[in-house]
Write a protein that binds this ligand. Structure first.
Ligand code: ADP
Length: 250
């Protein structure tokens, strides 16, 4: 009798974590989303949404750098001048910070990468790591013409607490300057000025767009038109995910 109870407890210990995995693929592999797209294409908006939907963390290297800047860490000090000018932070700094974050317990089931990889070397290092771990990788590229992006970025407001994204004109918060989700203050990012935005777009085309080709060749890339409304962008992504992640809860 005692042995049977022990066996039941052991079986429950193994089964429970599996049943609570709402983000895992059908065969319980770790699921990793990679969001690609120009600054302002909507990566952050979609990543926050997917994070809530699948119960896995959104990992934005831009947010991690901003946190390091606020705390004046050695990584923040190394990144500051690049970020202020709209340039990319060197790959080794990005990867060190990223892999440190990915080693956290909350990444075990999966995670959503927002803003990384942004260069071919970053893509190669990450891809190698993900192939070795056997993760199911879903790469989504948000497509939008440049002329729509400048207006989107210069009007963008971000919650300093939860990262939710608003726009002064198209998606304003219910109360001016305050996040609808947690009541925290909304801020305008320092690099969302017209001059820095133009430089970020230039850097995107030169260094980040080739990353799309890298994943396209591997055959696991979804192209999404994000020049449309947030809801229509969401619908395109969800339709695709219902096919490739059939076991996921919505
Ligand atoms: P964006 O809206 O331009 O996508 P992010 O918030 O993702 O902005 O990033 C802000 C800045 O942080 C970038 O302009 C760059 O300086 C730095 N950064 C973020 N992620 C990376 C990365 N993967 N590689 C290099 N630099 C990065």
């Amino acid at each position: 009798m005692k042995i049977i109870s022990i066996l039941c407890v052991m079986a429950a210990c193994v089964a429970l974590p599996l049943f609570s995995m709402n983000a895992s693929s059908a065969d319980n592999r770790q699921v990793v989303f990679i969001m690609l797209g120009a600054p302002g294409a909507g990566k952050g908006t979609q990543a926050v949404r997917l994070s809530e939907q699948y119960g896995i963390p959104q990992i934005s290297t831009g947010d991690l750098f901003r946190e390091n800047l606020r705390n004046n860490t050695p990584i923040g000090q190394r990144a500051k001048s690049f970020m202020d000018q709209g340039q990319l932070v060197p790959d080794e700094v990005v990867l060190e910070m990223l892999f440190d974050r990915l080693s956290s317990k909350d990444c075990a089931k999966g995670y959503i990468l927002d803003g990384v990889p942004r260069t071919i070397p970053q893509a190669e290092v990450l891809d190698k790591r993900l192939s070795e771990s056997g993760a199911q990788v879903i790469v989504i590229s948000l497509e939008i013409p440049d002329d729509l992006l400048v207006g989107r970025l210069t009007g963008r407001l971000v919650c300093g607490q939860c990262g939710a994204i608003y726009h002064k004109v198209s998606t304003p918060p219910n109360v001016e300057g305050i996040c609808d989700r947690d009541g925290a203050q909304l801020i305008q990012r320092k690099d969302d000025t017209e001059e820095v935005v133009k430089e970020r777009l230039k850097v995107f085309h030169e260094q980040t767009e080739p990353v799309k080709g890298y994943f396209e060749k591997k055959g696991n890339l979804l192209l999404v038109d994000s020049s449309v409304s947030k809801e229509k962008t969401t619908a395109q992504i969800d339709e695709y995910l219902s096919k490739v992640l059939p076991s996921a809860s919505h």
